[in-house]
Write a protein that binds this ligand. Sequence first.
Ligand code: ADP
Ligand code: ADP
Length: 232
Amino acid sequence: TTAIEAIGLVKDYGRGEGAVHALRGVDVAFEQGRFTAIMGPSGSGKSTLMHTLAGLDSATRGRIMFDGADITAMNDNQLTMLRRTSIGFIFQSFNLLPMFTAEQNILMPLTLAGAKPDREWFDLLVATLGLRQRLDHRPNELSGGQQQRVAIARALIAKPRLVFADEPTGNLDSVSSAEVLSFLKRSVKELGQTIIMVTHDAVAASYADRAIVFADGRIVADEPDPTAERMN
Ligand code: ADP
Ligand code: ADP
């Protein structure tokens, strides 16, 4: 089944002569339980696609279907609910809350939703991401790599069905990158999650089931084609 789908998605920044055409009519469907990498040069529209799919940025034209509903027609309250319950984000800038510890940051989505953490899942995330010794630290006491791993744990703690990751390994060394990517891959398998990851790194993209390449606001390559029969 399709987790989320963009139909004729257009995004312009500004109007008239000076408008930037960030998305020029994108049609793409993401299957539930698959890990997709989005690649392409800087400025080609990758972040804009993620932000509009997640309802963080409004579309100029087109539809985004999620769970049978067009999210471009939703109001802010509906979008906020959707993000809290079904969507996780791993941002390029970590967006951690500076006054809170690593543990509090990780648990924040559940705290906001008034939900109890699954302790086993919390422990697994913390162990896999190597954060056990850092739980009481505030973000400014953590390295870039550690902050990124806290942001990843926070994105996964509520077991969202859909996860958006913007350069999730951009601040990690190759060993931590491999651990994080294997973990994301495992999370896709075990939780049936859908992960959409923007990356510049071909090694990171190799962990995904599918790679989409953007250029100038359009999809120019899509491998393997999701409609083609899979060999494994
Ligand atoms: P990528 O993620 O592939 O680097 P982006 O989606 O960030 O590309 O950007 C696509 C185009 O939209 C670029 O030309 C960029 O300069 C422009 N753009 C992105 N965000 C804004 C914005 N808030 N205002 C104006 N132009 C923007
Ligand atoms: P990582 O591989 O996680 O990015 P680094 O190699 O950047 O880690 O950092 C090495 C060690 O230095 C880490 O264990 C971290 O605790 C410490 N460190 C890095 N930056 C800071 C900071 N701003 N404040 C406190 N400790 C830091």
